[in-house]
Design a protein around this ligand. Structure first.
Ligand code: NDP
Length: 445
């Protein structure tokens, strides 16, 4: 890393105590930037690097609500509005007990470059709460969402900041959040949130978009090696929104998906995951992967192990950050993995990424591979503005084009900078340059 990048990185560590995920995300981008900074002295002169690591605004707030037993609960809410050089802040809301400011900042920082790669005119932001939705009744979820929006509504808007879902926030939660926003503002401002229900401003295909996009990206990576998804043996982690639709798309393209997981363990189903059963258990009943195993003869549940020990040719981590460490990476490489495409945000640790790259495994970082979700959110915003809904096949064909272009951009940028096949470098540089140029043109703000 160039000394000036190192200086800014050291300052990030000093000024952002106890936020290891944020440090990790910054470091991962900075490690790609030496050649860009050397080539563009104007980025130096205008302190682009120091400015880009500092969120434009960070909001933290109390979220008091009443549970079913009548007790008052207090959670913490966050919204980090990181960078608006390319458009309104855009990024999901995460409800998970592990959420803290550092996690939201890492996600918001990643989101800047991901959104830039989509080419859709959206800035980077992220938010959420340490609220744990597991085991909560529908009424509790609604009251929590209403309490959360009672504060958040004053900071967002269709031209300001447009949240969406993430871990623990799906269609149900977006519905409650939007209902409260509308009640408080007396505005049917549909473009303020994405991931809405189709009858009230949602986009067809948004639910599927992230998972589908990851598989399309993996397919394009395979094509560079003269292969395709058809016939691949795929390991997927997670069993939420991204994982389910990654399974669906991979199966549609003729691959066999043999695993899904949640925080209690992973399922191995050699015959291929039964998608209808998985959707029934996870989306309808909001159950656990163990419920899947109970109803699926021939499948088995492994508790406490690593899903990455299951042999495969394609691995799609779709659960959470740092879920794939060097042990997992070594096991995947030993078993002959050819492609790893990240459905989750930063699921691979830095040493895992290094193992993939030094073993010539094609590695697609989340900020490129999972950008299909936010790109489709941008399509949802466009449909809200024009009041002209798209059909499912119009959305999915646009998604395919967007993923194709992101793949092309990452691959050609990596080549331009002398590192063909390095999607990490390609994604970081292509994502960064567009934001940096916009910041230059907009002056010191
Ligand atoms: P969901 O809440 O729908 O699903 C999350 C899944 O990951 C669940 O199976 C959950 O299991 C598992 N998981 C979460 N945290 C942990 C943990 N600490 N340890 C083990 N398993 C865990 O979330 P999404 O599918 O929406 O998001 C998954 C990932 O994809 C996240 O990294 C998110 O940031 C990223 N992403 C999501 C996008 C979207 O459009 N939804 C867009 C781009 C990226 P359990 O229920 O047991 O916790």
């Amino acid at each position: 890393m160039l000394p000036e990048l190192q200086d800014v990185y050291d300052r990030v560590i000093r000024r952002n105590h106890g936020e290891p995920e944020f440090h990790q995300a910054v470091r991962e981008v900075f490690e790609s930037l030496d050649p860009v900074i050397e080539k563009h002295p104007e980025y130096r002169e205008h302190a682009i690097i120091s400015r880009i690591v500092e969120p434009e605004r960070q909001i933290m707030f109390r979220v008091p609500w009443v549970d079913d037993s009548g007790s008052v609960q207090v959670n913490r809410g966050f919204r980090v509005q990181f960078n608006s050089a390319l458009g309104p802040y855009k990024g999901g809301l995460r409800f998970h007990p592990s959420v803290n400011l550092g996690i939201i900042k890492f996600l918001g920082f990643e989101q800047i470059f991901k959104n830039s790669l989509t080419g859709r005119g959206i800035g980077g932001g992220k938010g959420g709460s340490d609220f744990d939705p597991h085991g909560r009744s529908d009424g509790e979820i609604m009251r929590f969402c209403q309490a959360f929006m009672s504060e958040l509504h004053r900071h967002i808007g269709e031209h300001t900041d447009v949240p969406a879902g993430d871990i623990g926030v799906g269609g149900r939660e977006i519905g409650y959040l939007y209902g409260q926003y509308k009640r408080l503002t007396n505005r049917a401002e549909m473009g303020v949130l994405t991931g809405k229900g189709v009858p009230w401003g949602g986009s067809r295909g948004r639910t599927e978009a992230t998972g589908y996009g990851v598989v399309i990206f993996a397919d394009r990576m395979l094509q560079t090696a003269g292969q395709a998804m058809e016939g691949q043996r795929v390991v997927v982690s997670g069993s939420g929104n991204v994982a389910i639709y990654a399974v669906e798309k991979a199966q549609e393209l003729g691959a066999t998906v043999v695993t899904v997981s949640d925080s209690s363990g992973y399922v191995v189903d050699e015959a291929g995951i039964d998608l209808e059963l998985l959707k029934q258990v996870k989306e309808v009943e909001r159950g656990r992967v163990s419920d899947y195993v109970e109803r699926r003869p021939g499948s088995r549940l492994v508790q406490g192990g690593r899903v990455w020990d299951v042999p495969c040719t394609v691995a799609l981590p779709c659960a959470t950050q740092n879920e794939l460490d060097h042990h997992g990476a070594e096991a995947l490489v030993k078993n002959g993995v050819a492609v790893v495409a990240e459905g989750a945000n930063m699921p691979s640790t830095p040493d895992a990424v290094e193992i993939f790259q030094s073993s010539h495994v094609l590695f697609g970082p989340g900020k490129a591979a999972n950008a299909g979700g936010v790109a489709t959110s941008a399509l949802e915003m466009a449909q809200n503005a024009s009041r002209e809904p798209l059909t499912f096949s119009e959305v999915t064909s646009k998604l395919e084009g967007i993923m194709e272009r992101i793949h092309f951009k990452c691959a050609t940028t990596a080549e331009e900078y002398g590192r063909p096949g390095d999607y990490v470098l390609g994604a970081n540089i292509a994502g960064f340059r567009k934001v940096a140029d916009a910041m230059l043109e907009q002056g010191v703000v």
